[in-house]
Design a protein around this ligand. Structure first.
Ligand SMILES: [Mg+2]
Length: 280
């Protein structure tokens, strides 16, 4: 079976971006072809990426620059889950420190956050760790931790949110620390300083259910296929949400039949003519 014959069995596709359509230097062979195939055959799809460092308009522009004609309303990210989560947990208009890029701040603002600086004297209510760049890392982490501890000591609650909990990411000559590492650092500090405090960061990216639930709601079906390159995020998240999955081996994971997490299908790369192997 080829990808082009598998896809129409589903009401829609959830497609991971990095490792499936794009890599750090461009897009994979076949990526433009698959997007054009989905467009011309009118198959529903959503991009579901854990990237929280770029806003949806920035992701849209990046895809367009790479020749991937993906409409903005088909792009969802762990960062864009701030909006439903802020609504559901009643975090709108609360004093929120955002550690991250200008795009991270914009996404929190869109979700309804009232942004405060870590140097502000206003009582802290929410912390969002959006990214590791564009702020004085150690100074702001120390100020944020201190304000969380102050709130705990004063009997006030602080909600901790990390849209993308990835700890590291592959870099040109090795690895870089990502937002998850910053959340872990703040959480570790809090646990040492106040061992009885059970506040923990909630993550909004895959494999957590937020992006999957959002997709089921937007595409109005549970007969969806998740296409991704990572077992611990894409495939595990799909399995937990009761969706079928296609593991694409162009990115991080190589297929391992002994692994505890198994996809429904496997293929080498994501393009219409690629051969698909059935796992389960
Ligand atoms: Mg990926």
């Amino acid at each position: 079976m080829q990808v082009r014959t598998l896809i129409p069995k589903y009401d829609g596709l959830l497609i991971d971006a990095y490792g499936v359509l794009v890599h750090d230097k461009g897009c994979y062979d076949g990526a433009q072809e698959i997007i054009n195939f989905l467009t011309t055959t009118k198959i529903e799809y959503l991009i579901v990426t854990n990237d929280a460092s770029r806003s949806i308009p920035s992701l849209y522009k990046r895809f367009q620059n790479l020749g991937l004609d993906i409409p903005e309303d088909r792009i969802t990210s762990s960062g864009s889950m701030l909006t439903p989560v802020f609504k559901r947990r009643k975090l709108r208009n609360k004093n929120t420190i955002v550690l991250g890029t200008q795009d991270s701040i914009e996404m929190a603002k869109t979700a309804g956050a009232k942004i405060v600086s870590p140097e502000s004297s206003l009582p802290l209510e929410v912390v969002v760790v959006g990214d590791e760049k564009e702020f004085p890392l150690l100074d702001f982490c120390e100020l944020t931790l201190s304000k969380i501890i102050d709130a705990y000591d004063e009997g006030r609650n602080v909600e901790l949110v990390v849209p993308n909990a990835d700890v590291i990411y592959p870099k040109k000559n090795g690895f870089g620390f990502a937002a998850g590492a910053i959340a872990n650092m703040i959480e570790s500090g809090l646990q040492v300083a106040r061992p009885k405090c059970n506040w923990r960061f909630i993550s909004l990216g895959k494999p957590e259910p937020f992006l999957f639930e959002n997709a089921v709601k937007l595409l109005k079906s549970k007969n969806l296929l998740m296409v991704g390159d990572q077992l611990l995020t894409d495939i595990l998240g799909a399995n937990n949400s009761g969706l079928q999955s296609l593991l694409v081996c162009s990115g991080i994971a190589k297929y391992d039949s002994e692994h505890a997490i198994q996809p429904t299908y496997v293929c080498d790369s994501f393009s219409p003519d690629q051969k698909v192997h059935v796992v389960a």
